[in-house]
Design a binder for this molecule. Sequence first.
Ligand code: FNR
Length: 370
Amino acid sequence: MGEITNVTEYQAIAKQKLPKMVYDYYASGAEDEWTLAENRNAFSRILFRPRILIDVSRIDMTTTILGFKISMPIMIAPTAMQKMAHPEGEYATARAASAAGTIMTLSSWATSSVEEVASTGPGIRFFQLYVYRDRNVVAQLVRRAERAGFKAIALTVDTPRLGRREADIKNRFTLPPFLTLKNFEGLDLGKMDKADDSGLASYVAGQIDRTLSWKDVKWLQTITSMPILVKGVLTAEDARIAVQNGAAGIIVSNHGARQLDYVPATIMALEEVVKAAQGRVPVFLDGGVRRGTDVFKALALGASGIFIGRPVLFSLAAEGEAGVRKVLQMLREEFELTMALSGCRSLSEITRNHIVTDWDVPRLLPPARL
Ligand code: FNR
């Protein structure tokens, strides 16, 4: 195998190494996977307007997220069940994020607990929350995350039911028997069993609260002092309501195209959300970010930072902690190069004028027939 020179190359290696059921769970999107392809394709409809003859001998990529200083605006999204990718799973991801000086978001459905991840050492970490029907379970888990030193809650709001991922249905996807959803170990909750369908879809149907609404966002603020990021916003309408309901930030996300198919690419939805937020809360993006140029485009459209999902799983499968470190390093270097070649020395110098999107230019009409 030759040298790995970009983030995307880890996917093919992961596909070779992982059992089919696991690879398919990580890779797939919902239904026709139109949004899955679109999350990538949309980035290619944004081009640069680079500025020249600016002294770019020093580039500063540092930023502050919810008051925490990090090395770059590239963070790790919550992805479930990382020990299926590598025996060290979430530990490896936590160590790699910490070494890179950035934030890891731990999934509710991790195969390592909040306490175990905290025990890997220092690091700024967020906790992703799925709201269970049993609110005692939720309250307990949030308190445990806070006690373990997690700094924010990413409340996932796009999953009242699981999206239809056909590969998981065909494979009868379920967690391998030697692993557990560690945050719920010992609690009297249903387990993820082999079902006649995706085992995860059945588990969600049984455990996750479909009644979740804005009043629960308010309720969460009464049980924790951690700031709450609303993850899964795609419209200006919901961005406004999120701000009104006390969200500390918004994550523009379509869950890696795994929930509702035919929603737009997140990079296409970003700008309307940024405008609606009116600078009152930071707006983040995840979905299809695979290059430093993608990071730059998101920031130019007003994002305060981005999160990556699948690249972490695929690099973890290929090389464990070293793989995740390499992914963060490659994205960092590509982003730094993009800044230099566009004439930006700090994140605040990245502006909307550094890019042009194909929706900026009104399409030329076909010539009128006389
Ligand atoms: C996810 N995602 C996710 N989101 C969440 O809030 N809780 C979770 O447990 C998971 N689990 C999960 C598993 C897998 C295998 C994937 C691919 C994704 C969604 C994730 O946080 C993020 O929104 C997307 O992964 C971002 O898109 P990319 O970077 O994977 O294209």
